[in-house]
Design a protein around this ligand. Structure first.
Ligand SMILES: [Zn+2]
Length: 342
Protein backbone atom coordinates (compact mmCIF):
# COMPACT_ATOMS: atom_id res chain seq x y z
CA UNK A 1 0.00 0.00 0.00
CA UNK A 2 1.15 3.58 -0.73
CA UNK A 3 2.12 5.49 2.46
CA UNK A 4 -0.65 8.09 1.90
CA UNK A 5 -3.26 5.43 1.33
CA UNK A 6 -1.94 3.52 4.36
CA UNK A 7 -2.35 6.60 6.59
CA UNK A 8 -5.81 7.27 5.18
CA UNK A 9 -7.04 3.76 5.86
CA UNK A 10 -5.52 3.84 9.37
CA UNK A 11 -7.32 7.17 9.94
CA UNK A 12 -10.57 5.69 8.69
CA UNK A 13 -10.04 2.70 10.96
CA UNK A 14 -9.44 4.99 13.93
CA UNK A 15 -12.64 6.94 13.17
CA UNK A 16 -14.51 3.63 13.00
CA UNK A 17 -13.05 2.48 16.31
CA UNK A 18 -14.02 5.75 17.99
CA UNK A 19 -17.59 5.58 16.62
CA UNK A 20 -17.89 1.99 17.85
CA UNK A 21 -16.71 2.98 21.33
CA UNK A 22 -18.97 6.06 21.33
CA UNK A 23 -21.98 3.89 20.53
CA UNK A 24 -21.17 1.53 23.42
CA UNK A 25 -20.71 4.43 25.85
CA UNK A 26 -23.93 6.08 24.61
CA UNK A 27 -25.81 2.85 25.41
CA UNK A 28 -24.57 3.04 29.01
CA UNK A 29 -25.50 6.74 29.24
CA UNK A 30 -28.99 6.13 27.82
CA UNK A 31 -29.59 3.37 30.37
CA UNK A 32 -28.57 5.66 33.27
CA UNK A 33 -30.88 7.73 35.44
CA UNK A 34 -30.55 11.50 36.08
CA UNK A 35 -29.18 10.62 39.52
CA UNK A 36 -26.34 8.64 37.91
CA UNK A 37 -25.70 11.16 35.12
CA UNK A 38 -25.66 14.32 37.25
CA UNK A 39 -27.25 13.75 40.69
CA UNK A 40 -24.37 11.98 42.45
CA UNK A 41 -21.84 14.70 41.57
CA UNK A 42 -24.28 17.55 42.29
CA UNK A 43 -24.96 15.93 45.70
CA UNK A 44 -21.22 15.80 46.51
CA UNK A 45 -20.88 19.49 45.60
CA UNK A 46 -24.02 20.43 47.60
CA UNK A 47 -22.73 18.51 50.64
CA UNK A 48 -19.41 20.33 50.36
CA UNK A 49 -21.20 23.70 50.29
CA UNK A 50 -23.36 22.71 53.27
CA UNK A 51 -20.29 21.65 55.27
CA UNK A 52 -18.60 25.06 54.88
CA UNK A 53 -20.46 26.77 57.82
CA UNK A 54 -19.46 23.87 60.12
CA UNK A 55 -15.82 24.40 59.09
CA UNK A 56 -15.91 28.13 59.92
CA UNK A 57 -17.62 27.41 63.29
CA UNK A 58 -15.02 24.76 64.24
CA UNK A 59 -12.31 27.44 63.89
CA UNK A 60 -13.87 29.34 66.84
CA UNK A 61 -12.80 26.52 69.17
CA UNK A 62 -9.79 26.63 71.49
CA UNK A 63 -9.62 22.84 71.34
CA UNK A 64 -6.80 21.81 68.98
CA UNK A 65 -8.66 18.79 67.63
CA UNK A 66 -11.82 20.78 66.79
CA UNK A 67 -9.70 23.56 65.25
CA UNK A 68 -7.78 21.02 63.12
CA UNK A 69 -11.12 19.51 62.02
CA UNK A 70 -12.20 23.02 60.92
CA UNK A 71 -9.06 23.40 58.79
CA UNK A 72 -9.57 19.92 57.29
CA UNK A 73 -13.27 20.51 56.51
CA UNK A 74 -12.59 23.90 54.90
CA UNK A 75 -9.56 22.59 52.99
CA UNK A 76 -11.32 19.52 51.58
CA UNK A 77 -14.46 21.55 50.74
CA UNK A 78 -12.32 24.20 49.05
CA UNK A 79 -10.71 21.60 46.78
CA UNK A 80 -14.02 19.84 46.08
CA UNK A 81 -15.63 23.11 44.99
CA UNK A 82 -12.61 24.47 43.14
CA UNK A 83 -11.20 21.36 41.45
CA UNK A 84 -14.15 18.98 41.02
CA UNK A 85 -16.77 21.75 40.79
CA UNK A 86 -14.80 23.98 38.41
CA UNK A 87 -13.66 21.09 36.23
CA UNK A 88 -17.15 19.61 35.74
CA UNK A 89 -18.72 23.07 35.32
CA UNK A 90 -16.13 24.08 32.69
CA UNK A 91 -17.00 20.94 30.69
CA UNK A 92 -20.75 21.57 31.10
CA UNK A 93 -20.99 18.15 32.80
CA UNK A 94 -23.10 19.23 35.81
CA UNK A 95 -26.37 19.89 34.03
CA UNK A 96 -27.89 19.68 30.55
CA UNK A 97 -29.11 23.31 30.76
CA UNK A 98 -26.74 25.77 29.03
CA UNK A 99 -27.82 28.68 31.20
CA UNK A 100 -27.24 26.77 34.45
CA UNK A 101 -23.90 25.50 33.13
CA UNK A 102 -22.76 29.12 32.74
CA UNK A 103 -24.01 30.05 36.23
CA UNK A 104 -22.16 27.11 37.82
CA UNK A 105 -19.04 27.87 35.81
CA UNK A 106 -18.95 31.46 37.07
CA UNK A 107 -19.63 30.35 40.64
CA UNK A 108 -17.07 27.52 40.81
CA UNK A 109 -14.31 28.99 38.62
CA UNK A 110 -14.50 32.70 39.48
CA UNK A 111 -16.03 32.97 42.98
CA UNK A 112 -14.54 29.77 44.48
CA UNK A 113 -11.29 29.28 42.51
CA UNK A 114 -10.37 32.95 41.82
CA UNK A 115 -9.74 32.17 38.16
CA UNK A 116 -11.28 33.37 34.90
CA UNK A 117 -14.07 31.25 33.36
CA UNK A 118 -13.14 32.37 29.82
CA UNK A 119 -9.53 31.30 30.17
CA UNK A 120 -10.40 28.06 32.03
CA UNK A 121 -12.57 27.11 29.07
CA UNK A 122 -9.99 28.15 26.48
CA UNK A 123 -6.93 26.69 28.22
CA UNK A 124 -8.52 23.47 29.49
CA UNK A 125 -11.38 22.51 27.16
CA UNK A 126 -10.19 23.97 23.86
CA UNK A 127 -6.43 23.54 24.10
CA UNK A 128 -5.70 20.76 26.61
CA UNK A 129 -8.58 18.52 25.53
CA UNK A 130 -8.52 19.48 21.85
CA UNK A 131 -4.75 19.05 21.48
CA UNK A 132 -3.80 16.59 24.23
CA UNK A 133 0.02 16.18 24.30
CA UNK A 134 0.45 18.24 21.11
CA UNK A 135 3.65 20.19 21.72
CA UNK A 136 3.07 23.94 22.15
CA UNK A 137 -0.73 23.57 22.40
CA UNK A 138 -2.13 21.04 24.90
CA UNK A 139 1.14 19.63 26.23
CA UNK A 140 0.68 20.54 29.97
CA UNK A 141 3.70 22.87 29.68
CA UNK A 142 1.83 25.55 31.69
CA UNK A 143 2.63 23.34 34.70
CA UNK A 144 6.37 23.48 34.05
CA UNK A 145 8.60 25.85 36.03
CA UNK A 146 12.09 24.92 34.75
CA UNK A 147 13.73 27.52 37.00
CA UNK A 148 12.83 25.44 40.08
CA UNK A 149 14.74 22.35 41.14
CA UNK A 150 12.89 19.05 41.63
CA UNK A 151 12.50 19.29 45.41
CA UNK A 152 11.34 22.92 45.38
CA UNK A 153 8.82 22.13 42.62
CA UNK A 154 7.43 18.92 44.11
CA UNK A 155 7.38 19.97 47.79
CA UNK A 156 7.31 23.79 48.10
CA UNK A 157 5.78 25.21 44.89
CA UNK A 158 2.31 23.76 45.68
CA UNK A 159 2.00 26.19 48.63
CA UNK A 160 2.02 29.02 46.07
CA UNK A 161 -0.98 27.67 44.11
CA UNK A 162 -3.57 29.81 45.99
CA UNK A 163 -1.48 32.98 45.51
CA UNK A 164 -0.46 32.38 41.91
CA UNK A 165 -3.99 31.43 40.70
CA UNK A 166 -5.64 34.91 41.05
CA UNK A 167 -2.46 36.60 39.78
CA UNK A 168 -2.46 34.49 36.60
CA UNK A 169 -6.21 35.23 36.24
CA UNK A 170 -5.61 38.99 36.40
CA UNK A 171 -2.76 38.71 33.88
CA UNK A 172 -5.06 36.76 31.48
CA UNK A 173 -7.82 39.39 31.79
CA UNK A 174 -5.88 41.62 29.38
CA UNK A 175 -7.04 39.29 26.62
CA UNK A 176 -10.81 39.31 27.36
CA UNK A 177 -13.54 41.91 26.72
CA UNK A 178 -13.87 44.75 29.22
CA UNK A 179 -17.32 43.64 30.46
CA UNK A 180 -16.17 40.05 31.08
CA UNK A 181 -12.96 41.30 32.72
CA UNK A 182 -14.90 43.54 35.14
CA UNK A 183 -17.30 40.68 35.97
CA UNK A 184 -14.37 38.32 36.65
CA UNK A 185 -12.64 40.89 38.87
CA UNK A 186 -15.86 41.46 40.83
CA UNK A 187 -16.54 37.71 41.31
CA UNK A 188 -12.92 36.90 42.28
CA UNK A 189 -12.96 39.77 44.81
CA UNK A 190 -16.31 38.57 46.17
CA UNK A 191 -14.92 35.05 46.71
CA UNK A 192 -11.70 36.17 48.38
CA UNK A 193 -13.28 38.89 50.52
CA UNK A 194 -16.16 36.71 51.74
CA UNK A 195 -13.66 33.99 52.76
CA UNK A 196 -11.67 36.61 54.72
CA UNK A 197 -14.84 38.21 56.22
CA UNK A 198 -16.16 34.84 57.44
CA UNK A 199 -12.83 34.06 59.13
CA UNK A 200 -12.85 37.44 60.92
CA UNK A 201 -16.56 37.57 61.85
CA UNK A 202 -17.68 33.93 62.17
CA UNK A 203 -14.47 32.12 63.14
CA UNK A 204 -13.34 35.02 65.34
CA UNK A 205 -9.80 35.59 64.02
CA UNK A 206 -8.65 38.76 65.76
CA UNK A 207 -5.85 39.84 63.44
CA UNK A 208 -5.74 40.29 59.66
CA UNK A 209 -2.50 38.29 59.49
CA UNK A 210 -3.91 35.21 61.21
CA UNK A 211 -7.04 35.26 59.00
CA UNK A 212 -4.89 35.53 55.85
CA UNK A 213 -2.60 32.75 57.08
CA UNK A 214 -5.65 30.53 57.68
CA UNK A 215 -6.92 31.30 54.15
CA UNK A 216 -3.56 30.26 52.74
CA UNK A 217 -3.50 27.08 54.82
CA UNK A 218 -6.97 25.84 53.81
CA UNK A 219 -6.49 26.88 50.17
CA UNK A 220 -3.23 24.92 49.95
CA UNK A 221 -4.34 21.83 51.91
CA UNK A 222 -4.50 19.56 48.84
CA UNK A 223 -2.29 21.69 46.58
CA UNK A 224 0.43 19.00 46.51
CA UNK A 225 -1.69 16.22 44.97
CA UNK A 226 -3.35 18.87 42.75
CA UNK A 227 -0.05 19.94 41.20
CA UNK A 228 1.31 16.37 41.06
CA UNK A 229 -1.79 14.86 39.41
CA UNK A 230 -1.72 17.55 36.71
CA UNK A 231 1.78 16.57 35.62
CA UNK A 232 1.62 12.80 36.31
CA UNK A 233 -1.22 12.10 33.87
CA UNK A 234 0.32 13.46 30.65
CA UNK A 235 3.98 14.48 30.95
CA UNK A 236 6.39 11.63 30.18
CA UNK A 237 3.88 9.96 27.83
CA UNK A 238 4.12 10.24 24.00
CA UNK A 239 4.05 13.84 22.72
CA UNK A 240 2.93 14.80 19.21
CA UNK A 241 3.57 17.55 16.68
CA UNK A 242 0.60 19.49 15.27
CA UNK A 243 1.15 18.40 11.67
CA UNK A 244 1.45 14.72 12.59
CA UNK A 245 -0.95 14.45 15.50
CA UNK A 246 -2.66 11.06 15.70
CA UNK A 247 -6.43 10.46 15.48
CA UNK A 248 -8.42 11.18 18.63
CA UNK A 249 -8.67 7.62 19.93
CA UNK A 250 -4.90 7.08 19.54
CA UNK A 251 -4.12 10.52 20.96
CA UNK A 252 -6.07 9.77 24.14
CA UNK A 253 -5.05 6.14 24.58
CA UNK A 254 -1.35 7.03 24.13
CA UNK A 255 -1.21 10.42 25.86
CA UNK A 256 -3.38 10.01 28.98
CA UNK A 257 -2.80 7.99 32.16
CA UNK A 258 -5.13 6.80 34.95
CA UNK A 259 -4.11 6.71 38.61
CA UNK A 260 -5.68 4.18 41.01
CA UNK A 261 -8.76 5.14 43.07
CA UNK A 262 -8.04 7.06 46.26
CA UNK A 263 -10.99 8.07 48.50
CA UNK A 264 -9.94 11.65 49.38
CA UNK A 265 -8.83 12.51 45.84
CA UNK A 266 -11.88 10.78 44.28
CA UNK A 267 -14.07 12.99 46.47
CA UNK A 268 -12.21 16.29 46.10
CA UNK A 269 -10.88 16.12 42.53
CA UNK A 270 -13.38 13.66 40.99
CA UNK A 271 -12.93 10.37 39.14
CA UNK A 272 -12.37 12.19 35.85
CA UNK A 273 -9.08 13.57 37.19
CA UNK A 274 -7.93 10.44 39.08
CA UNK A 275 -8.91 6.91 38.04
CA UNK A 276 -10.92 7.78 34.88
CA UNK A 277 -8.73 10.35 33.16
CA UNK A 278 -8.56 8.31 29.93
CA UNK A 279 -12.38 8.00 29.93
CA UNK A 280 -12.67 11.74 30.65
CA UNK A 281 -10.43 12.67 27.71
CA UNK A 282 -12.45 10.46 25.38
CA UNK A 283 -15.84 11.63 26.72
CA UNK A 284 -15.26 15.03 28.37
CA UNK A 285 -18.94 15.89 28.86
CA UNK A 286 -19.60 12.92 31.15
CA UNK A 287 -19.80 13.61 34.89
CA UNK A 288 -17.38 11.96 37.34
CA UNK A 289 -19.92 9.32 38.28
CA UNK A 290 -20.60 8.45 34.62
CA UNK A 291 -16.85 8.25 33.86
CA UNK A 292 -16.62 5.64 36.61
CA UNK A 293 -19.63 3.78 35.20
CA UNK A 294 -18.26 3.62 31.61
CA UNK A 295 -14.70 2.77 32.73
CA UNK A 296 -15.10 -1.05 32.35
CA UNK A 297 -16.54 -0.58 28.84
CA UNK A 298 -13.72 1.77 27.76
CA UNK A 299 -10.85 -0.23 29.29
CA UNK A 300 -12.18 -3.53 27.88
CA UNK A 301 -12.61 -1.96 24.44
CA UNK A 302 -9.07 -0.56 24.35
CA UNK A 303 -7.64 -3.88 25.58
CA UNK A 304 -9.65 -5.83 22.98
CA UNK A 305 -8.43 -3.53 20.19
CA UNK A 306 -4.86 -3.78 21.52
CA UNK A 307 -4.64 -0.05 22.15
CA UNK A 308 -2.68 1.29 25.14
CA UNK A 309 -4.55 1.91 28.40
CA UNK A 310 -2.02 3.66 30.66
CA UNK A 311 -2.26 3.08 34.39
CA UNK A 312 0.27 3.70 37.14
CA UNK A 313 0.29 4.37 40.89
CA UNK A 314 0.75 7.81 42.47
CA UNK A 315 3.88 6.65 44.28
CA UNK A 316 5.45 5.19 41.18
CA UNK A 317 4.80 8.40 39.17
CA UNK A 318 6.14 10.46 42.08
CA UNK A 319 9.38 8.45 42.12
CA UNK A 320 9.65 8.64 38.32
CA UNK A 321 9.22 12.44 38.29
CA UNK A 322 11.77 12.91 41.07
CA UNK A 323 14.34 10.72 39.33
CA UNK A 324 13.76 12.04 35.77
CA UNK A 325 12.74 15.61 36.64
CA UNK A 326 15.18 17.29 34.23
CA UNK A 327 14.03 15.16 31.31
CA UNK A 328 10.27 15.58 32.01
CA UNK A 329 9.99 19.08 33.47
CA UNK A 330 12.95 21.10 32.22
CA UNK A 331 13.88 19.96 28.71
CA UNK A 332 11.55 20.16 25.70
CA UNK A 333 9.79 16.78 25.27
CA UNK A 334 10.85 14.55 22.37
CA UNK A 335 8.15 14.17 19.70
CA UNK A 336 6.82 10.65 19.16
CA UNK A 337 6.58 9.69 15.49
CA UNK A 338 3.58 7.47 14.83
CA UNK A 339 3.52 5.97 11.39
CA UNK A 340 0.05 5.55 9.96
CA UNK A 341 -1.93 6.81 12.95
CA UNK A 342 -2.47 10.38 11.73
ZN1 LIG B 1 -11.06 18.08 31.60
Amino acid sequence: MEPEQDARSAGGGAEGLLSELEARVQDVVKASSWWERHGVDCAILALSLLAVPAGFLCLRSENTLVFASGITILGVCHYTLTVKGSHLATHGALTESRRWSKVWELFFVEVCTSFTAEYAEYGHVKMHHGYTNVVGLGDSSTWKLPCLNRYVYMFLAPFLVPIVTPLVAVERLRKVELGAALRTLALISLGLYSHYWLLRHVSGFRSRGSALLCMLLTRSLLAHPYLHVNIFQHIGLPMFSLDKKPRRIHMMSLGVLNLPRQPVLDWAFGHSLISCHVEHHLFPRLSDNMCLKVKPVVSQFLHDKQLPYNEDSYLSRFRLFLSRYEEFMVHAPPITELVGLQ
